[in-house]
Ligand binder design. Sequence first.
Ligand SMILES: C[S@@+](CC[C@H](N)C(=O)[O-])C[C@H]1O[C@@H](n2cnc3c(N)ncnc32)[C@H](O)[C@@H]1O
Length: 250
Amino acid sequence: MQIMFTACELGVFDLLLESGDTLTSTAIAERLGTSRVGMERLLEACVGLKLLRMERKNNEGFYGNTDLANLCLAKSSPKSQYQYMKLYSELVYPSLQEGNNQIQSMFRTSEKDLFKAINSSKEEQQRFSNGMDDAWSLYGEEVMSAWDFSCFHVVCDLGGGSDALAKKYISLYPNSKVTIFDLPEVVERAKSLVSSEEQQIAFQSGDFFNDPVPEADLYILARILHAWDDEKCLTLLTKLHKACKPGTCP
Ligand SMILES: C[S@@+](CC[C@H](N)C(=O)[O-])C[C@H]1O[C@@H](n2cnc3c(N)ncnc32)[C@H](O)[C@@H]1O
C-alpha cells in the first residue's frame, strides 16, 4: 500500500497518463524532482505490483501506466481512488503496523470515538468524506444496479455521509426520493454541498441508535454494520425491521 501511495502522492501515475507515452526512470525523476535511484526502485516495485508496465528499448527501461493505474490511481481520472487510498494510508495502515488504535494520534484529539474524532474538524470531515465518496464513483452504479430497486421509491440511506450514493440511486431510479440520515455535524456539512435545485435528495439528522429513523420502503446500510458489535447491529436491524412497511415491492 505504501508503495502505491508513494507513487500516487509523487504524481507518477498522473505524469504517465498526461505524457501519453512511456518514460524512462531518469525522465520521470527529473520531471517530478526526485532522486533518480529512488525513483527507479519505486518504479520497479510498481511494476512488480502490476501498477506499471515496463518495456525495454535499446537496453533502457521505459515505464507506462497499466489500465488499472489510468483508471484508479491517476488523480484526474473520474474514478480515481486517490482520496480513499490516502485515507487508508494515513489511518488504517499505521493501525495495522502498530497494532493499536490510531484515532487519538491521527486526529490529534483525546476523543476515542471514531466518528466524534472525524467530526472534530471540517478538514477531517472532508478528508473522510472524500475517501468514502471515491468508492461510489468507482462501483456505485454497479452496486445499485446489481438488483432492480425500481419498485422502491422512498429510500433512506442510513449513515449515508454524503449524497454520493444517493445521486447514483436517483440517476438509476428517477422516480425515487432518497433521505440521507446521519449525525447532525455530518448532515450540516453534506447539506451545504448539495445544490438547492436537487429535489429528490433530502437530509435528516439524528443518531440511528437513539432517534426515530425516517419512514422508507428501502433502507440502505452501506459500510455501517462493520463498525459495531453484534449487539448494536442487532438493535439497529431490529429497529429497521419494525420500521419497514411490508408489501412495497412485489
Ligand atoms: C463508514 S461511514 C459510511 C458512509 C456511507 N454510508 C458510505 O458508505 O459512503 C459511516 C457513516 O455512519 C455515520 N454514523 C456513525 N454513527 C452514527 C449514528 N449513531 N447515527 C447516524 N449516523 C452515524 C457516520 O457519520 C458516517 O457518515
